[in-house]
Design a protein around this ligand. Structure first.
Ligand SMILES: Nc1ncnc2c1ncn2[C@@H]1O[C@H](COP(=O)(O)OP(=O)(O)O)[C@@H](O)[C@H]1O
Ligand SMILES: O=C(OP(=O)(O)O)[C@H](O)COP(=O)(O)O
Length: 655
């Protein structure tokens, strides 16, 4: 599954709330490394050039949910204006009238920075009320904050519950490079780990043991491994509680045929300070008490160079020594140079880590790498194979050969024949699906034939909103399947919540209707969904499971194969309340797993599961961007030209 990016959506005139990671080091009010600001410029400029009204959100440092001047984004906003060479508005608030006024005055092509998101208590708690507020300021969310992707916060994750969230260019690039390193790295694949803590990197090492050919370990973390091997490491930085873990990793690496390369010499000193006495000792000779290893030695640099020389993929996380002090920067510098050299020969080299990136910048080598990640923790967790919440919350592109996608209109008891003919004639002229998805219009019975006549020259199909299961007879007011087939109807909605709760249709009756529709060669759209009090009692899955099992009772896999399912939470139908994309996805996933249990994996994967309930153009991308939502059963919005906009949204994101 690929993520939707800013390039896949319309921006002109839209209010775009963009989450960036401007968490830059600031000393005495001065930004000491602006890598992260520069990394976001492409996306910001693109949005502005397309005529969007851009509202930037970011955190800075770790204020504890209250205003703290030392963490104000004001200096960042000023620097951004210089880098963009344009006026950047700044509001020293995170919500309220000043924010709303500034947003309302924003013109196309202008940018506004709001104050530090972490001045809000709800930010780090992923408070949905706060997320909903920020979402209310805009039409679209662009997530370009890769460095924050391992955090599930309101401004990068919660917000995606309320408006569509797409990836910015930085996010897209980070995912592309790190995915390559995790999923299908070209070999030989060499991982170089350093930095201060084994505990930070254990997950990476264990995950990469399944992929890497060699893992080179420097930095402070080498001493935990060396001590685990019985070496005397003096007063070097060791994580005593990780000695067994280190032993396990060394054992695992042998079992997996991965070569773990440890330093053979180290530069030692008695203090971490510039200008102190230092010397190089062989690891096998041991380090005296009071001395600590602060860099890898010359022999180790040669050894690492030889191990790196034929690499086709390199991931580097963590400096080889205390690179901030020149006395102990040589190992990091030399390793960076070697990586730059092999990169020139076609190796894919990725730096994943804030300090490693800073080291590359320090030696003027950052541009020599294939990719320098802007996220330390985020790239680490990505390399560990973890799912990052700030990535999974971004809407996904849909792939044509995945399964059938459908946009269905349930007009309910609306539109006379004349109104129906007039409206559907417009739809025929405006809806172009490019064969990417099915469009079905379900008018009242009285308009079925007329609508079928008008749509027969298009690829819009027609469906009924109900049917009876008998072929004919004394069933006043009912319609038979044959009557529908006779006028070219192909789909039938069954079990809609209004049929169930207003007209008291039972699961048993729905089962009979479903069988009749299927045996007659029409396609059923089976509606299921819980009522508010059932959801509040935590019975959603129980209700949906019962409705599906009862409806499918007695049907073989072959007979049920054509079925379409529509999950319509009753509390969201016609109420203006819409299930959040995550709420809907959760139930869709449950339904797909239930179909797997009832029939099999293939059946479940091939069944279209539509969402229904207050779908509107401003929430549809977020819903349809979820992996198990295959389209919509649209009520109110299908009676207006919003329906055309919904079709256009689907066209944009199905590739
Ligand atoms: N031998 C060492 N002894 C003590 N600290 C070290 C040593 N080698 C590296 N470090 C420290 O490790 C820190 C960076 O580690 P880490 O945060 O894991 O890197 P990254 O941010 O790239 O993931 C640096 O501040 C560096 O000074
Ligand atoms: O600097 C960051 O992470 P990193 O130090 O792991 O690169 C991100 O901006 C996240 O900040 P946080 O770790 O305070 O949540």
């Amino acid at each position: 599954m690929e993520k939707l990016t800013i390039k896949d959506v319309e921006l002109k005139g839209k209010k775009v709330i963009m989450r960036v990671d401007f968490n830059v080091p600031i000393k005495d009010g001065k930004i000491t490394d602006e890598t992260r600001i520069k990394a976001a410029l492409n996306t910001i400029k693109y949005a502005l050039d397309k005529g969007a009204k851009v509202i930037l959100l970011s955190h800075l440092g770790r204020p504890k949910g209250e205003k703290d001047p030392q963490f104000s984004l004001k200096p960042v906003a000023e620097r951004l204006g210089e880098l963009l060479n344009t006026n950047v508005y700044f509001v020293d608030e995170t919500r309220g009238s000043k924010v709303e006024e500034a947003v309302s005055e924003l013109k196309e092509g202008e940018v506004l920075v709001l104050e530090n998101t972490r001045f809000e208590k709800g930010e780090t708690k992923n408070d949905l009320e706060l997320a909903k507020y920020w979402a209310s300021l805009a039409d679209l969310h662009v997530n370009d904050a890769f460095g924050t992707a391992h955090r599930a916060h309101a401004s990068n994750v919660g917000i995606a519950n309320f408006i569509p969230s797409v990836a910015g260019f930085l996010m897209e690039k980070e995912i592309e490079f790190l995915q390559k390193a995790v999923e299908n790295p070209e070999k030989p694949y060499v991982v170089i780990l350093g930095g201060a803590k084994v505990s930070d990197k254990i997950g990476v090492i264990n995950n990469l043991l399944n992929k890497a050919d060699k893992i080179l370990i420097g930095g402070a973390m080498m001493f935990t491994f060396l001590k685990a091997l019985g070496k005397n490491v003096g007063s070097s930085l060791v994580e005593e509680d990780k000695l067994n873990v280190a032993k396990e990793i060394l054992e695992n690496s042998k079992a997996k045929g991965v070569e773990i390369v440890l330093p053979v010499d180290t530069v030692i000193a008695q203090k971490i300070e510039a200008g102190v006495e230092k010397k190089t000792v062989k690891i096998d000779d041991g380090i005296s008490e009071g001395w600590m290893g602060l860099d890898i030695g010359a022999e180790t640099i040669s050894l690492f160079k030889e191990k790196i020389s034929d690499a086709k993929t390199i991931v580097w996380n963590g400096p080889m020594g205390v690179f901030e002090i020149d006395d102990f920067a040589f190992g990091t510098k030399e390793v960076a140079h070697v990586i730059a050299e092999v990169t020139k020969k076609g190796c894919i080299s990725i730096i994943g880590g804030g300090d490693s990136a800073a080291a590359a910048e320090k030696f003027g080598l950052a541009s020599e790498f294939s990719h320098v990640s802007t996220g330390g923790g985020a790239s680490l967790e990505f390399l560990e194979g973890k799912e990052l919440p700030g990535i999974s919350s971004i809407s996904e592109k849909k792939n044509l050969n995945e399964r059938k996608f459908i946009l269905a209109a349930n007009w309910k008891m609306n539109k006379t024949n004349t109104e129906a003919a007039e409206f559907v004639s417009k739809l025929v002229g405006q809806i172009k699906t490019e064969d990417k998805f099915e469009v079905i219009v379900c008018p009242p019975y009285t308009a079925l034939e007329k609508v079928r006549d008008i749509t027969s020259s298009s690829n819009i199909k027609v469906g009924a909103q109900n049917v009876y299961y008998e072929d004919k007879g004394a069933y006043t007011g009912e319609i038979s399947v044959n009557m529908l087939k006779d006028i070219g109807v192909e789909y039938v909605i069954l079990g809609h919540s209004e049929r169930r709760h207003i007209f008291k249709e039972s699961d048993g009756l729905i089962n009979k209707k479903l069988k009749k529709v299927i045996v007659s060669g029409l396609t059923p759209i089976l509606c299921v969904g819980e009522q508010l009090e059932e959801r509040e009692k935590g019975l959603t899955f129980n209700v949906v499971e019962r409705q599906i099992k009862e409806a499918l009772y007695g049907l073989t896999e072959e007979e049920a194969r054509t079925i379409v399912i529509a999950y319509e939470p009753v509390w969201a139908i016609g109420t203006g309340k819409v299930a959040t994309p995550n709420q809907a996805q959760e139930v869709h996933e449950f339904i797909r797993d239930l179909l797997k249990d009832i029939f099999n994996e293939e059946f479940a994967e091939n069944t279209a599961i539509l969402y229904g309930g207050s779908i509107k153009p401003n929430n549809y991308l977020g819903l349809f961007g979820k992996p198990d939502i295959d389209g919509g059963l649209v009520g109110g919005a299908s009676l207006t030209e919003d329906f055309v906009e919904l079709a256009n949204i689907m066209k944009e994101i199905i590739e």
